[in-house]
Design a protein around this ligand. Structure first.
Ligand code: 1CP
Length: 378
């Protein structure tokens, strides 16, 4: 176990009893916390203005800009958390991989990783040789951001090894991630080496964010829904557990509760969230790799997700992003239903079932935050 620095917002007490951190620890607050995946970004005019003339990955590596973009949706919507502005491919770029983010498309790699030789070429850089300095712009951006956020927690994130591999093997975005799934079976040894390397790089990226001050860590396995449960457990879960092991040891202390028998301070781990799209069949396995809270997409209702997890795991989700553009009454009824079903879990953080669509009217998101904060069970 490694204690966070005393000035870390969890250790100093600034964010340890925030609604978000309480919910992630299964301690349900009276008011349901809410934030939105992709809350920063193209739905905000202030983001579009700031980004003019700066490429996406350059914006991610400019601490002042990344911090400002992270803060924009918190100021505007009054959400319960900031999510650090970056991208899942940033650690790959910091490890020397040639990658770009093309507007309207996503990450595109100069060379796809298709064979055992390609895997050897990619993994020639030993993640351990990178050191914490490689992530200096990330840590700096986190420090600038938490200084402004005060009692509002910042969430750090990283891509899970499979989702990163889905991009690396294909060379860019793909539909069924078929080449990655082929490599997994065609050359399981090369696949395992690719996954272990990716787990360490992405895990170090996540650890750098938490050490610098984020109050939670979310692992995005956005594309794991293309896997069978068997393939997930056999070929993917060990690498996801390895990625999370980079933050699982980080702890903070809270003073002993009044009347505590021992009178000793309690050590808690930094809350970990694990999310995927179309992963209804994988929820249990995704929890088992070392997550505290599971993120659910919009394809299965939260009460069913909670049942699949034995009713003991806090959930995050799962408003259908398509509803954001529906008439307010329709959206409101949908969100009320999500909140009601979320009561089946020990705690619930309201979010979308996937990212904010770029065309979303941001005033709808602000109104939604007010609605969620005002909602109480019948
Ligand atoms: O506000 C926030 O939520 C923080 C920023 C954030 C996050 C959490 C960005 C900025 N990217 C991510 C994670 C990310 N990146 C994921 C996991 C979450 C998810 O499933 O949405 C994935 C799959 C990516 C890869 C990626 N990067 C895509 C998807 C491509 C595909 O395969 O369909 C895209 C379009 C990007 C670029 C990107 N990342 C982030 C932004 C704001 C953008 C758009 C860049 C622009 O302004 O043009």
């Amino acid at each position: 176990m490694t204690a966070l620095a005393p000035a870390h917002p969890l250790a100093s007490g600034l964010t340890a009893s925030s609604r978000l951190v309480r919910a992630y620890r299964a301690d349900r607050p009276e008011t349901t916390p809410v934030w939105f995946m992709r809350q920063a970004g193209r739905s905000l005019p202030e983001y579009r203005e700031l980004r003019v003339g700066t490429r996406m990955l350059d914006a991610c590596l400019d601490p002042a800009m990344a911090s400002e973009i992270t803060l924009q949706p918190v100021r505007r919507h009054g959400v319960d958390a900031g999510i650090f502005f970056s991208d899942i491919v940033v650690p790959l770029k910091l490890a020397g991989v040639e990658v770009e983010i093309q507007p309207g498309k996503g990450p595109v790699f100069a060379q796809a990783v298709r064979t055992a030789d390609d895997v050897d070429r990619l993994t020639a850089v030993d993640p351990a040789s990178l050191g914490i300095d490689a992530f200096a712009p990330i840590a700096e951006a986190v420090r600038l951001t938490i200084a402004e956020l005060g009692e509002t927690p910042l969430i750090g994130f990283a891509g899970a090894p499979f989702t990163l591999a889905a991009y690396l093997v294909e060379g860019g975005p793909s539909k069924d991630h078929i080449r990655a799934r082929t490599l997994m079976h065609a050359d399981p040894e090369a696949w395992a080496r690719l996954m272990a390397w990716t787990a360490d790089i992405t895990g170090m990226f996540l650890r750098a964010q938490v050490l610098a001050g984020t109050s939670a860590a979310q692992l995005f396995d956005s594309w794991a829904g293309s896997l069978s449960l068997h393939d997930y457990v056999q070929h993917v879960a060990p690498a996801s557990a390895r990625a999370l092991s980079h933050v699982r040891d980080l702890t903070y202390e809270v003073p002993a509760a009044e009347g505590s028998a021992t009178g000793e301070a309690e050590a808690r781990n930094v809350p970990i969230v694990h999310f995927g799209v179309g992963t209804g069949e994988l929820l249990k396995a995704m929890h088992d790799v070392g997550a505290d809270t599971v993120g659910v997409d919009y394809r299965i209702p939260l009460d069913e997700a909670s049942r699949r997890l034995g009713h003991v795991v806090p959930l995050q989700g799962n408003v259908d992003p398509a509803m954001l553009d529906a008439p307010w009454e329709v959206l409101q009824a949908h969100v009320a239903d999500v909140l009601e079903r979320g009561r089946d879990a020990p705690a619930h953080v309201l979010n979308l079932g996937h990212g904010v669509p770029p065309e979303t009217d941001p005033t709808v998101l602000t109104r939604l935050v007010e609605f969620v904060h005002g909602w109480r069970p019948e």
